[in-house]
Design a binder for this molecule. Sequence first.
Ligand code: UGC
Ligand code: NI
Length: 171
Amino acid sequence: MSHFISIEPLTKEAFAPFGSVIEADPASARFINGGNTERFHARGEVDVAGEGARVIINIFRGQPRTFPYRLTMMERHPLGTQSFSPLHDRPWLAVVAEDEGGRPGRPRAFLASGRQGVNYGRNVWHHPLMTIDTASDFLVVDRDGPGNNLEEFFYEEPFVIPDLPSKETVR
Ligand SMILES: NC(=O)N[C@@H](O)C(=O)O
Ligand code: NI
């Protein structure tokens, strides 16, 4: 089995096992504010667990990853969801994996446009933020509070995310 990971376009259907895609999906649109504003309703649901847990809003400034990228680990948050929404209109990578008996399976890399965010489901394996080309800011909604909300796993052998498609292919 190759350790090279192919890059897939981010769609709500393909990403469904891992969480939701935060984007202006026309199917969720409704006009509010007297028609001035279009609301794309409920693009994700925040879930936090544990006594004293609270939902917080953060900004993550991710430095660009270099490609080909040697992927050695994944992480998950047992006590809460975690969403990433790009604050610049630049593509980025959401890398996730199914759980296989308490460890992540083969990673899947989804190339998100600058208009797509994701909400990782609670306890879903994912790679820490992966920005492309330049430092980028993301609005991150996740959990704060007591308890350990970070589990990391290191693969015995690394996977490789190859060079990315040219920018023209992702808008
Ligand atoms: N550790 C942290 O807050 N960031 C990660 O959870 C991440 O997914 O980037
Ligand atoms: Ni995380």
